[in-house]
Design a binder for this molecule. Structure first.
Ligand code: NGQ
Ligand code: ZN
Length: 451
């Protein structure tokens, strides 16, 4: 069946009624037409449909660490001490464990409303730091996991060279991450050249502190039109170090020296001054906010009204995967701002006819997410991949809700399990994840029982 009809569908930023959706032979939407009576040959979907969302920032292996860093080990517990603990896990994971962990994660992300995930992939080498015989060993572990779960994957091998602005090399516990610009380009070509379905590749730069300017320039030289992601200004210590080393703040330095453009995604972009927001807007680059991880790690809060009003493309990511559903990310995106400003619905824009926080954030995240994964089109429109989320209006969080408030309830009334079925590239994703869960549980036991 490639012809569907939905009573309501999210088209171009709002609900449309009685929508016909036709999947083409290429797995993309061939036709999306509102205001149509259901034709006899169409499968009538038993609820409203939303587009799938891109999860624009993931470190899949950190799924194995979710919930395991929530006790304080010493007087100070901050981003940097969390990172030391996270590295201890990163040093242990085997390719088979990574595949098992990622398959579970990707199945959960589909259930949470994501149909594409961007892997900021820096775990490259054996635990002792020597390369695998196939340099793409761990990339394939991720790609195989994504294929099994049925999610689309954008792999972003990461340029990772040094432990800090003034450090010439990586720390010993970063030995699995080493990749110079030539290696990253080769990894990118290797993944893209495999021509696997639902798999594409871009590149990433770990951060300004972890990559030299000359290597960033070499990575970008003749790269072509693929996504370029970088962690930027997540922690104030990173801003201070950058100021000290370069005389500029990270986002300021990037905009002045790295010529970011529409391929670029600044991940976190937490500590951004108004002039930096203006410079990013000018450049065409987007940002990726990861609200649950940023809260978990104590990063700080970014200037959401500043970014939104500047029109900077915005995507969301679940990063360390302490949560794995986009409604929760969007909820916390506004809750952070509410707590900080002692206001409500900070991300809404009633003067622009956008009074719903959830609707405005969803629309921005759809647009920014598609770009972050390197897609020209994304969402329920012809030429975009045929992905959709079928909403279960019988879910407790949505029961009896007026139709025009459905999205608000989906984001702001929790917990819920609102996505009853998920389609990726014209195919329904299997719901049964018994085998995936069993392999994940075994990997977790192997990783943690010995600790
Ligand atoms: C990462 N995670 O690469 O996994 C980082 C921590 C770092 C987040 N920034 C490591 N959330 O930034 O050096
Ligand atoms: Zn990250």
């Amino acid at each position: 069946m490639s012809l569907y009809w939905a009573p309501r569908a999210w088209l171009g930023g709002g609900w449309a009624e009685r929508v016909l959706l036709r999947v083409g032979g290429d797995g993309q939407w061939a036709e999306v037409a509102p205001g149509v009576t259901a034709p006899a040959q169409a499968e009538v979907l038993p609820g409203p449909v939303l587009p799938g969302l891109v999860n624009a920032h993931s470190h899949a292996f950190q799924r194995a660490f979710a919930g395991l860093a929530e006790g304080r080990e010493s007087d100070t517990d901050d981003f940097w001490s969390w990172r030391d603990r996270m590295y201890r896990v990163a040093l242990r994971i085997t390719p088979a464990q990574l595949r098992a962990i990622a398959a579970m994660l990707y199945a959960e992300l589909l259930r949470g409303g994501y149909t594409q995930v961007c892997e900021f992939h820096y775990l490259q080498h054996r635990p002792d730091g020597r390369p695998y015989d196939d340099r793409l060993e761990l990339s394939w572990a991720l790609a195989d996991a994504a294929a099994e779960a049925g999610i689309g994957l954008t792999l972003l091998p990461v340029l990772y060279q040094r432990a800090g602005f003034t450090q010439p090399a990586l720390r010993d516990d970063q030995r699995r991450f080493a990749a110079d610009s030539g290696a990253v380009r080769e990894l990118q070509r290797g993944v893209a050249g495999a021509s696997r379905p639902l798999l594409n590749a871009g590149v990433a730069i770990h951060s300004l502190r972890a990559a030299e300017p000359a290597a960033i320039a070499a990575l970008l030289d003749g790269l072509g039109d693929v996504p370029v992601h970088i962690h930027a200004a997540e922690q104030t210590a990173e801003v201070d170090d950058c100021l000290q080393a370069t005389g500029r703040r990270p986002i300021e330095w990037l905009c002045a020296h790295a010529a970011p453009d529409a391929r670029w995604q600044l991940v976190h972009a937490t500590h951004a001054a108004p002039a930096e927001i203006a410079a990013v807007a000018q450049s065409g680059a987007g940002i990726v906010i990861c609200p649950s991880t940023e809260a978990n790690l104590g990063d700080g809060l970014t200037d959401m009204p500043g970014w939104l009003n500047a029109g900077v493309p915005l995507a969301i990511g679940s990063d360390s995967h302490v949560t794995r559903a986009w409604p929760e990310e969007l909820r916390w995106l506004d809750y952070g701002q509410r707590l900080q400003r002692r206001q409500r619905n900070v991300c809404a824009a009633p003067a622009e006819g956008l009074p719903s926080t959830a609707a405005r954030l969803l629309q921005r995240a759809l647009h920014g997410g598609g770009r972050a994964a390197g897609f020209g089109r994304w969402g329920l429109q012809p030429g975009a991949r045929a992905d959709l989320l079928l909403i279960d209006t019988a879910d407790a969080s949505l029961l009896g809700m007026p139709e025009d408030r459905l999205l608000d309830a989906l984001v702001f009334s929790s917990p819920g399990d609102p996505f009853r079925d998920v389609m990726v590239a014209g195919r329904w994703v299997p719901r049964d994840r018994t085998a995936v869960a069993a392999r994940f549980a075994a990997a977790m036991r192997a990783l943690w029982n010995e600790a």
